[in-house]
Design a protein around this ligand. Structure first.
Ligand code: AMP
Length: 283
């Protein structure tokens, strides 16, 4: 695996791979890699010849009160994991490489980004889309792979790619969980053992909704009540939102479809903010 820190060097390495006839897959991350990220590499490898993995903690998507400074970092661990998993190029730019000046232009995400995460984190998706657009222009991959774990991010990115005719295929890979159900996240490293066990209520609540839906319930209010009851029993868990939405529009639904609607949850556990979701009708 080749490690590159400048846009020019990355472009040259990608051009070399292209000249050999290789197709290019791309997995953007903020690092502190876990199995969820590594499955995205697997998926990109399945679909393309050479996989570019980026590790960049994007300052533009953090609000001033958020965890930019304390976001977990472990570059040597990331290098080891990414290369073992078969990434061909590792792109690790610093903030000045990506933002040599305060960006004069940012991507406006539109209505898809206004609810849920967008409401709790104003400006977050503008920061995400701006860096994703830049990275897509730098790497120019055939395929870019995102995780279902951040469903709204994947939806908003897909909308940008479609609406601005970016020549890349967006693939979304399933959420990877620990054996006890907790969705893997770099931010799980913030959790104390006690908070980690409290955090399990998020996936349990989502699975309970999925089970109730599997049992034939289609009324959103009754479905969400199943989750609310579980969440309310955990005093350490402060819910930001819990919703049943259409997976494409992210608008709340008035009746759950047989498959494909998404149940979203975000909550703070201790000082750590976690998000998770499940798609109804999927295993
Ligand atoms: P992050 O490093 O948190 O910005 O995530 C980088 C990419 O990995 C995003 O596309 C995430 O959706 C994806 N990702 C993060 N956690 C998981 C997970 N548990 N399962 C699948 N994909 C994930």
């Amino acid at each position: 695996m080749e490690r590159l820190t400048t846009i020019a060097a990355l472009r040259q390495a990608v051009a070399g791979a292209r000249a050999r006839g290789a197709s290019i897959g791309f997995v953007p991350t903020m690092g502190y890699l876990h199995e969820g990220h590594l499955r995205l590499i697997d998926e990109a490898r399945r679909l393309t010849d050479v996989v570019v993995l980026s590790v960049f903690v994007n300052p533009l998507q953090f609000a001033p009160h958020e965890d930019l400074a304390s976001y977990p970092r472990d570059l040597s661990g990331d290098v080891e994991k990414a290369s073992t998993r078969g990434a061909g190029l590792l792109f690790v730019p610093d903030a000045r490489e990506i933002y040599p000046r305060e960006p004069r232009v940012r991507v406006v995400p539109g209505a898809l980004a206004e609810r849920w995460e967008g409401e709790v984190r104003p400006g977050h998706f503008a920061g995400v889309l701006t860096v994703v657009l830049k990275l897509l222009n730098i790497v120019q991959p055939d395929v870019v792979v995102f995780g279902q774990k951040d469903v709204q991010q994947a939806t908003v990115v897909r909308a940008m790619v479609t609406d601005t005719d970016l020549p890349v295929r967006v693939v979304v890979a399933p959420t990877v969980r620990d054996a006890d159900g907790l969705a893997m996240s770099s931010r799980n490293s913030y959790l104390t053992a006690a908070h980690r066990s409290e955090a399990l209520v998020l996936s349990r609540a989502l699975f309970a909704v999925r089970d109730a839906h599997g049992g034939g319930e289609t009324d959103p209010e009754r479905l969400l009540r199943v989750a609310t009851r579980l969440l309310a029993a955990s005093p350490e868990v402060a819910v930001d939102y819990l919703a049943l939405a259409d997976a494409e529009t992210l608008e709340p639904v008035t009746r759950a479809a047989r498959t494909g609607d998404v149940v979203l949850v975000a909550a703070r556990v201790g000082g750590t903010r976690l998000i998770d979701n499940v798609i109804l009708g999927w295993p």
